[in-house]
Write a protein that binds this ligand. Structure first.
Ligand code: NDP
Length: 250
């Protein structure tokens, strides 16, 4: 057994985190960096937040890159391998929400949500797996949502994208397991970030009242679960969906 301090060590590992500039992705970047990993993270448009995090976590690389674009994902993977000499951990966290009941949801909004949230997971996995296979090992973790399991009124596109992520990652787990690659999903419940900052009070109260713990989650709560799945301690866990929701969905 490693010493307690090294229990979740990522020393010597390199990681790519999509959507790492803010919120849950940024908490994952911080958690990985604190455990010794070298991290490249992508962001879409908020360069100020990304550069501040890059500075805060010395040695980390922030790359502007659209998660939904396969050539950009391939470039991000190549950049991480080039800069760090390898890639061991891939986290797909980039995500957007466009909330409307289905009969008022614009086609462009539906496409944007599916492109970022579902195709974005495909793109980074598609880009990284050949490398992970060639080194016979790796960790893939995608951020879904409990609403991808239960469905949610006003979030049909979002829930569909997140449900798709679960089916996709379980398939990836089956396809890559023989090469010692694990692929898992973290499904957060209500977490306080910019994404949920503008929700009306009654929606927030309802989400919190659904939880057994009676409180919203933090980005750090989600990052801790991702850290565990990325670590050696999760070596025999694959194809799983880990809820980080304070008991919101059970
Ligand atoms: P935020 O809105 O706080 O942050 C989203 C991040 O994703 C930003 O860094 C943003 O970049 C990046 N991003 C968005 N679109 C793209 C894109 N096309 N390419 C690259 N990066 C992109 O969201 P959260 O931290 O709350 O969410 C993170 C993940 O967790 C998402 O997948 C979300 O669906 C999921 N989730 C969140 C929950 C919550 O309650 N907050 C609950 C369940 C799941 P930029 O900074 O440049 O805009």
């Amino acid at each position: 057994m490693p010493a307690m301090d090294d229990f979740l060590s990522l020393q010597g590992r390199t990681a790519l985190v999509t959507g790492g500039g803010r919120g849950i992705g940024a908490a994952i970047v911080r958690a990985f960096h604190a455990r010794g990993a070298r991290v490249l993270f992508t962001f879409r448009s908020n360069e100020a937040a990304a550069r501040a995090l890059e500075k805060e976590c010395a040695g980390t690389i922030a790359l502007q890159s659209d998660a939904a674009h396969l050539p950009s994902a391939e470039h991000a993977v190549a950049r991480a391998i080039d800069a760090f000499g390898g890639l061991h951990i891939v986290v797909a966290s980039a995500g957007i929400a466009r909330d409307r009941v289905c009969w008022k949801l614009a086609e462009d909004d539906f496409d944007a949500v599916i492109d970022t949230n579902l195709k974005g997971v495909f793109a980074v996995v598609r880009a990284a797996v050949p490398h992970l296979r060639s080194q016979s090992g790796g960790r893939i973790i995608a951020i879904s949502s409990i609403n991808g399991i239960r469905g949610k009124g006003g979030q049909s596109a979002y829930a569909a994208s997140k449900g798709g992520v679960i089916a996709f990652i379980k398939s990836v787990a089956r396809e890559t397991g023989s090469k010692n690659i694990t692929a898992n999903v973290v499904a957060p419940g209500f977490i306080r970030t910019d994404m949920t900052a503008d929700l009306p009070d009654d929606v927030v109260q309802k989400a919190v009242s659904e939880t057994a713990l009676g409180r919203p989650g933090t980005p750090e709560n989600v990052a801790d679960a991702v850290l565990f799945l990325a670590s050696d301690r999760a070596a025999h866990i694959t194809g799983q969906v880990l809820h980080v929701d304070g008991g919101q969905l059970m």
